[in-house]
Design a binder for this molecule. Structure first.
Ligand code: PLP
Length: 426
């Protein structure tokens, strides 16, 4: 049987994004019991989705279905190899559709978002100037050999103005790097307006969509973005796979990201590298199960319908934010004010407690998992906390982050709010 025949025999994946509403799929681990002070067990309240989201049941099922027949991809003639190759390439197709990418965009599987931004950094044409805000996650802030760093804009329109001004002064290739949804405040950035102004100055735009895709539909084509990067483990798929999607030319010309088998057409005295962006940058045996998991998550979210997902998240987010606002001594962090649209991520500080003390008490006494620290966005968290410096170690320049998604319940939210009320009243 040819690869093509097998490809056609892989169950067709849903790749359209109708707004039809289906039931929200379940996540694994909702009955996890954890020990708290005093020795009893309580059901875990996972409020740390922005770090890594739990695995969706349909994702687990897709991985289990692929496991018995998995084999090497791209190089084997055996049936299992061809089947696995077909599943891997189907996953690429599904992820492309999920992101609303153009037909000719490259879709390169990576380990995660950090890997994807680093891949693009190595493919930039010589002399490219990168422009990036200080509000970025380190994955988007640090990979560039040098970058023009912009200070956090006091309102969204100022972000566009700053970019307009700085890009007008740069000659040669330029790349604007910006996150779609902040991993610190959840606030949504004006990426369509930023893409527009970038293109007006002949620049390209890379959008870090790591925190957008679990919460909102992404349409790269409609937004006119050049590149997007995101991770499977924040999108309800287990660890290990991410993606870089975008324009082929820089990627086809760029230095192969990994050098080894699969990236070459032939090796004699000279090495002839693949011009195609995908094989060029995906040397070695890829994370096939990771790609299948990522694609299954994309399918499951699309099949549920974004209207359903967003409505449910906004309901719980409003409950969380109003609950926190009602606790004296708890202060939510925000760049653009309480009314700016955001995804289900809230960072806050608690008077009289370090972030570490709060996170440890929430875990040890109430069975609640949150994140504390600077969330790999040190300059931004320092800015929000009004500090020019400060280490994480003593908790002085840190915050607590609660983040929600599929599987979050009212009880989780209420437990957090009531635990904080207990803490501040001590
Ligand atoms: N970008 C944003 C906005 C993030 O929140 C994160 C992870 O927290 C990353 C990039 C990096 O993702 P990964 O650790 O999967 O590479």
């Amino acid at each position: 049987m040819s690869t093509l025949t097998i490809f056609n025999s892989v169950p067709a994946q849903k790749t359209s994004f109708s707004q039809e509403s289906r039931e929200i799929p379940a996540v694994l681990g909702t009955d996890l019991e954890v020990p708290v002070k005093g020795g009893q067990l309580v059901t875990y309240a996972n409020l740390d989705y922005a770090a890594s989201a739990p695995c969706l049941e349909p994702v687990s099922a897709a991985v289990n279905a692929a496991l018995p027949a998995y084999s090497s991809v791209h190089r084997g003639a055996g049936y299992a190899s061809q089947l696995t190759t077909a599943r891997y390439e189907q996953a690429r197709h599904t992820v492309r559709a999920f992101a609303g990418a153009r037909a000719d965009d490259a879709v390169i599987f990576t380990r995660n978002t950090t890997d994807a931004t680093n891949l693009l950094a190595r493919s930039l044409p010589e002399g490219t100037t990168v422009v990036v805000f200080d509000t970025e996650h380190h994955a988007s802030l640090l990979p560039w050999p040098s970058a023009v760093r912009l200070s956090p804009p006091p309102f969204p329109g100022e972000a566009v103005r700053q970019v307009d001004s700085v890009l007008s002064e740069i000659t040669g290739p330029k790349l604007l790097v910006v996150t779609a949804a902040s991993n610190v405040t959840g606030e949504l950035w004006p990426i369509a307006a930023l893409a527009h102004v970038a293109h007006r100055h002949g620049a390209r735009i890379l959008v870090d969509a790591a925190q957008l895709v679990p919460h909102r539909r992404l349409n790269l084509t409609a937004l006119d973005l050049d590149y997007v990067a995101f991770s499977g483990h924040k999108l309800y798929a287990p660890f290990g796979a991410g993606v870089l999607i975008g324009r082929r030319d820089w990627l086809s010309d760029g230095e192969p990201y990994l050098k080894g088998g699969g990236a070459v057409k032939s090796v004699t005295d000279v090495t002839e590298w693949h011009d195609d962006a995908e094989p060029r940058h995906e040397a070695g045996t890829p994370n096939v199960l990771g790609a299948i998991a990522l694609a299954a998550a994309c399918d499951a979210l699309s099949a549920t319908g974004w209207n359903v997902l967003v409505r449910e998240e906004e309901r719980l987010l409003a409950r969380l934010r109003s609950g926190l606002a009602a606790v004296e001594g708890v202060h939510e962090l925000s760049l653009w004010g309480p009314d700016h649209p955001r995804v289900g991520i809230v960072s806050f500080v608690v008077d009289g407690y370090s972030a570490r003390e709060v996170a440890e008490a929430l875990s040890g006494e109430y069975g609640i998992g949150v994140r504390d620290g600077k969330f790999c966005a040190h300059p931004f968290v320092r800015h929000l906390l009004g500090e020019s410096d400060g280490g994480c170690e003593d908790g002085t320049a840190s915050a607590v982050r609660a983040s929600i998604g599929i599987g979050t319940t009212e009880e989780h939210v209420d437990r957090l709010v009531s635990a904080l009320r207990d803490l501040v009243s001590r």
